[in-house]
Ligand binder design. Structure first.
Ligand code: SF4
Length: 75
């Protein structure tokens, strides 16, 4: 599973990091959501690959994002 965040459209509501704190966190500088460092793809803060155990909550976070800016690709 690959997860991408359109950070330019994130509204910093906090839902994703509340729903799936093992994978999402708030960027301390711009306040928007980002992927926790260990799961980033190529160092990109806006894209990552969760561990199998985190896939369900990452999917929940995508479903619950009020502005629908979290995209999931199943590979
Ligand atoms: S749920 Fe969506 S809008 Fe809210 S912080 Fe996460 S990415 Fe941003």
């Amino acid at each position: 599973m690959k997860v991408s965040i359109d950070r330019g459209t994130c509204v910093s509501c906090g839902s994703c990091w509340d729903t799936c704190p093992g994978f999402f966190e708030q960027n301390p500088d711009d306040s928007f959501s980002q992927v926790i460092e260990v799961y980033r793809l190529g160092g990109n803060i806006a894209a990552g690959q969760p561990s199998a155990g985190l896939e369900p909550c990452a999917q929940d976070a995508a479903d619950l994002c009020p502005v629908q800016v979290i995209s999931i690709d199943y590979e």
